[in-house]
Design a protein around this ligand. Structure first.
Ligand code: ADP
Length: 372
């Protein structure tokens, strides 16, 4: 909240007072809203109110009660400053005696005796605006805390669910194996191998989830570091394609590749392996039974690596969102929504970029540009 948006709500100042107030507010670039009616003042929106300036004569006994009522409904962070312009004389004395105590104790009220002194008004207004700005700062801190807590709670619920799924099937798998041990005739090597492959797959899945969570905490604490060495990206890609082949085949993906042979660079090979892993895993999850094309080439002073699938695709409005933390935009997703966020963070550390091009229902292309 900056001063341009702060406004002063004025109740009934007239004549010289009104002129002086206007010039003080102008000095602070604060807009004002004037009313002659206390009810109207109470109905105003205090969302952007920086200070309320009230001429004492506009406050009837009922008026004080109404205003107090309104002030008592403020949010916990809000204590809107009020400057009350009083005057000497019998009426003012009476006012002070009877109602001031109630009014002052219920609000953040400063009394200014008239005739107003420019400097006194200026300093009272500035103190009021300063305290109001602080209140708005507290509000935005509170709001971001609430948002952070909401995100954390959602994450805990998603993470528990994602961890529970492989754990449940691991347990079932282990129970099945246990039953087979007591019935040796059921111990067929082929069946056992398949079961163990499945078990390893579930353990890998758990490992990836925990690794992602560890990476997120490293990113949050600024401890995600890279160690660069010169290596051949092409070789790393060949190796990973080979390693992933059984998984691609298991979901009926045909892989085509167009990889330039000697793309060397000074990068963190372990972290780039993680990036490739994420893109391959996503192709497996979001593009089964379709072609996936993997490309690597150099272009100027950059290496351009891309993974293109022909799967479900991503809606245009989500193309940037998917790189944010915890964003999962498809209903068939089974992840924490962290892979692409971590991928982008790793690439940032390499001064590299990643972007997605996609057409819903027709596939996606993830393109990475790394400085050579
Ligand atoms: P997750 O682990 O949940 O998949 P990611 O950060 O890797 O998290 O991806 C974020 C979201 O982006 C996914 O939940 C999915 O909705 C979408 N997405 C990622 N890759 C693809 C892809 N190749 N095709 C379609 N949607 C994708």
């Amino acid at each position: 909240m900056n001063d341009k948006h702060l406004e002063a709500l004025l109740l009934c100042p007239t004549g010289q007072d009104a002129k002086l107030i206007a010039s003080v507010l102008q000095h602070d670039s604060v807009n004002s809203k004037l009313t002659k009616d206390l009810d109207e003042l109470c109905q105003m929106d205090y969302e952007n109110a920086g200070v309320i300036i009230v001429a004492e004569e506009a406050l009837t006994k009922e008026g004080v009660d109404i205003l107090n009522e309104k002030l008592s409904t403020q949010n916990p962070w809000s204590d809107i400053p009020i400057i009350l312009l009083t005057s000497g004389g019998a009426r003012s004395k009476q006012f002070k005696m009877k109602r001031l105590e109630v009014f002052v104790t219920s609000g953040n009220v400063t009394l200014l005796e008239r005739p107003l002194q420019p400097l006194t008004l200026l300093s009272a207004t500035q103190v009021a605006l300063r305290s109001r700005r602080r209140q708005f700062q507290v509000r935005s801190l509170l709001e971001s805390q609430i948002e952070a807590t909401k995100i954390r709670d959602e994450f805990i619920s998603i993470a528990s669910h994602e961890l529970k799924t492989p754990l449940t099937s691991l347990k079932l798998q282990t129970q099945m194996t246990r039953r087979q041990i007591v019935r040796p005739e059921a111990l067929l090597p082929d069946k056992m191998r398949k079961q163990l492959d499945y078990t390893i797959h579930q353990i890998d899945r758990l490992n990836k989830l925990v690794d992602d969570m560890l990476d997120i905490s490293r990113i949050n604490t600024g401890k995600l570091n890279i160690t660069k060495t010169v290596f051949n990206f092409s070789e790393l890609l060949y190796e990973l394609i080979e390693r992933f082949t059984p998984q691609f085949e298991a979901v009926g993906i045909q892989v085509k590749s167009d990889i330039a042979p000697h793309v060397f660079g000074n990068w963190d090979s372990y972290k780039l392996e993680q990036v490739i892993n994420n893109l391959f895993s996503n192709a497996i999850r979001y593009s089964p039974h379709k072609n996936v094309t993997i490309g690597l080439r150099t272009q100027g002073d950059k290496a351009v690596f891309n993974v293109q699938d022909e799967g479900m695709g991503i809606a245009p409005k989500n193309l940037e969102r998917i790189f944010e933390r915890f964003e999962r935009v498809s209903s068939v997703t089974s992840g924490l929504g962290l892979g692409l966020y971590i991928t982008r963070q790793i690439l940032d550390l390499h001064d590299a970029t990643i972007r997605a091009e996609s057409e819903l229902g027709h596939g996606s292309n993830f393109i990475i540009e790394l400085p050579l």
